[in-house]
Design a protein around this ligand. Structure first.
Ligand code: AKG
Ligand code: FE2
Length: 277
């Protein structure tokens, strides 16, 4: 059975049907999903109840998996992290961000599965860095291409919120030691498609290195606002057992924080990527 791919918005996003992600997918299916991911940047699958092990196996077809330094995981399947509002403060996902850009090799993508949802609310938005970059004027595109920016783990994981117990504090200190601030290009070239994307995000980007402090601040504010214009985004309204698979190299996302104190539980498998260029 072949996949049905239904685009959901001009900038990014497509719904995929005609596949069961709980069983080993074929090489053809894997390649078709990869092609769809390159084109649509975020893919949505409905009615895919996955165990953590099945989720990890599916994600691992696209690369090695990352074990997150801070978020709790499923003990038997540590490659699957748990975002459970009853356990973890997930408010920091309600900022536009690209996952783990504080790593030298940030994730190429992630597979997110909805386990428990509020009655309504708790949507997630994605924005296309490709659409955002292409919509900039030629002089600004030219100026940005070649600049680098600093990404810092502590911007989205402040000690005040992630170091409440002695154990948490120790984990946070170790993560900070192992992940000092580092630089990535402001404009990233997709390693497979060759398309260029804006690659700064409010979650982790603190500074455009080659500019003065004031210039960097003003330009980052402009770029953060530009990159998340509704025209470049898609908003997903979750149902239980939905799965989203995004290309983390050219997108950012925002988990809307509008449903607490209702509980929301998501599982994520994160696929390692390569160094941005
Ligand atoms: O909870 C969500 O919808 C997304 C959270 C998030 O930022 C992530 O899983 O990377
Ligand atoms: Fe995220």
């Amino acid at each position: 059975m072949s996949l049905t791919i239904t685009p959901l918005s001009p900038a990014l996003g497509a719904q995929i049907s005609g596949i069961d992600l709980s069983v080993e997918i074929s090489v053809e299916q894997r390649d078709a999903i990869e092609q769809a991911l390159l084109k649509h940047q975020v893919l949505f699958f409905r009615d895919q109840p996955l165990t953590p092990d099945q989720q990890a196996r599916f994600a691992a077809r696209f690369g090695d998996l990352h074990i997150h330094p801070i978020y709790p995981n499923v003990p038997e399947t540590p490659q699957v992290l748990v975002l459970d509002t009853a356990v973890t403060d997930v408010r920091d996902n309600a900022v536009w961000h690209t996952d783990v850009t504080f790593l030298a090799t940030p994730a190429m993508g992630a597979v997110l599965s909805a386990k428990q949802l509020p009655a309504y609310g708790g949507d997630t938005l994605w924005a296309s860095g490709i659409a955002a970059f292409e919509a900039l004027s030629a002089p600004l595109r030219q100026m940005l291409d070649g600049l680098t920016a600093t990404h810092d783990f502590t911007q989205s994981f402040p000690l005040e919120r992630f170091g409440t117990t002695a154990e948490d504090r120790e984990r946070w200190e170790a993560t900070r030691r192992n992940n000092p601030p580092l630089s990535h290009p402001v404009v990233r070239t997709h390693p497979v498609s060759g398309r260029k994307a804006l690659f700064v995000n409010e979650g982790f980007t603190t500074r455009i290195n080659e500019l003065s402090e004031a210039e960097s601040k003003a330009l980052l504010a402009l770029l953060f606002a530009h990159a998340t214009r509704p025209e470049f985004t898609i908003r997903w309204r979750w149902q239980e057992n939905d799965v989203a698979f995004w290309d983390n190299r050219v997108t950012q996302h925002y988990a809307v924080d509008d449903y607490r104190p209702q509980r929301r539980v998501m599982h994520r498998a994160t696929i390692l990527g390569d160094a941005p260029f």
